[in-house]
Design a protein around this ligand. Structure first.
Ligand code: HGY
Ligand code: MN
Ligand code: MN
Length: 425
């Protein structure tokens, strides 16, 4: 029997995130046209945050929002001097994204606290439920932005000045939504962090395993390039006289893909590279493309290989642009190193699942997460639940309700264990 409370939260936030708000409650209702558009700064994202804040208050939590819009909700412990136990994820989505990515982690943490309320559990360490701002980088250009500032890796003033495609700064967007304040959360006051998340990959679903415990989170970096050639008439411009930005761009795509495959072949590792964005301007068949804007996503759990591929990609962009007579400007909006998780927290999750007779495997994460920023200062690990066919960043993203219930059970147990006095644990 699946408790309705958290399921309703996920369905309701998913409803708000669709261009045409509509409830989807089962896998067979999924539709490629009905993805999530909860980009940071949009009305859909604002509504999902307001919904979650209301639920946090209903659960008796003390809600605070920091300078860059990270939301924290605290269940006071009776040993407030001890470091808190924090759990959460993000509410923003990618373009046409799935309804579980991020939302599952926020709702699972909220539900864990509601279950503690139901049974009158008394936590010694304070417990914080967190919803981090702008994890996807789909609006304000840098992924994991809210947790990057929280971890002290970027000044809040720099983040607040970043503009979205409508040239609205993050500060303006958050002020308009009344979703930021002067509160600041100090990670020094946090002892443990656990992020629950859909796996977004095929391992758990293929192995029919209910829970994954993340030991390592991949490194990820983006290389954004603008190639500027010369718009011209497709009929009258001789081939030899062209400065075609797209021909250069197309070679960069195939070279990047080939290099990543070669690295996987030689090192058998987790190297991935994707040219996920390619905007051709002006974009008509009878005009030689003058400008191409590319976004390249490069990842590896081995930092040396990731840096090597990033450097090779940057060098190739410059070289191929030159060869095709086009100019190139390159920007690296962020570079998040791979992150080993805390052995203590991994063990704590494993023990909690074993106490509940729920099977687990240890694994790596090919997706980036706020947890990798928090881990810079806090003992951190992640709980994964299966993604059907490993699909994510797609409207076809789905996780079975009973798998989510398993994840919530394990999260609740490990948060209770960690929030007791360390001597009991
Ligand atoms: O891109 C990622 O890996 C994450 O979903 N932001
Ligand atoms: Mn994502
Ligand atoms: Mn996510």
């Amino acid at each position: 029997m699946i408790p309705q409370r958290w399921k309703e939260d996920i369905i309701e936030i998913g409803r708000m995130g669709r261009k045409v708000p509509q409830r989807i409650e089962s896998y067979d209702q999924l539709d490629f046209e009905k993805g999530q558009y909860r980009l940071e700064g949009t009305l859909a994202c604002q509504k999902s945050k307001e919904y979650v804040i209301a639920k946090m208050k209903e659960a008796g939590l003390e809600v605070r929002i920091d300078r860059v819009g990270n939301i924290f909700a605290r269940r006071q412990g009776f040993k407030t001097s001890q470091g808190a136990v924090m759990s959460g994820s993000h509410l923003d989505s990618v373009l046409n994204g799935g309804m579980f990515d991020g939302v599952l982690g926020v709702v699972s943490a909220l539900e864990a606290v509601r279950r503690m309320n139901d049974e009158g559990f008394e936590n010694q360490r304070p417990i914080e439920v967190a919803a981090f701002m702008g994890e996807e980088g789909s609006a304000f250009k840098k992924a994991l932005l809210g947790s990057l500032v929280l971890a002290g890796k970027m000044p809040d003033t720099e983040a607040l000045a970043i503009c979205n495609d409508e040239n609205v700064t993050l500060a303006e967007a958050l002020d308009k939504q009344k979703l930021r304040s002067d509160f600041s959360m100090e990670l020094d006051d946090v002892e443990y962090f656990i992020e629950s998340h859909v796996e977004q990959g095929p391992v758990l679903d293929k192995e029919k395993m209910p829970i994954g415990i993340v030991e390592n989170i991949t490194g990820l970096t983006w290389v954004n390039a603008t190639l500027s050639g010369e718009e011209n008439h497709a009929g009258t411009t001789p081939m030899a006289a062209r400065r075609d930005a797209l021909v250069a761009g197309a070679e960069i795509v195939t070279l990047t893909n080939r290099r990543a495959n070669e690295l996987v072949k030689s090192f058998g590792g987790s190297t991935v590279a994707t040219v996920g964005k390619m905007v051709v301007k002006p974009g008509a068949p009878n005009i030689v493309p003058g400008t191409v804007e590319m976004g390249i996503d490069i990842r590896d759990s081995n930092p040396e290989i990731m840096q090597k591929l990033k450097a090779q990609t940057i060098a190739s962009i410059r070289d191929l642009a030159k060869r095709h007579g086009v100019n190139s400007t390159i920007e690296v909006p962020f570079d998040h190193p791979p992150c080993p998780c805390s052995v203590e927290v991994v063990n704590a999750i494993e023990r909690a699942a074993a106490d509940l007779s729920i099977k687990t495997i240890r694994m790596n994460s090919g997706a980036g997460h706020d947890a990798q920023n928090i881990a810079e200062k806090v003992k951190t690990a992640m709980i994964f639940v299966p993604s059907i066919n490993g699909i994510s960043h797609s409207p076809m993203e789905w996780t079975k309700w009973d798998n989510i219930e398993n994840g919530i059970k394990v999260l609740t147990q490990v948060l209770k264990n960690l929030s007791r006095d360390r001597r009991l644990y």
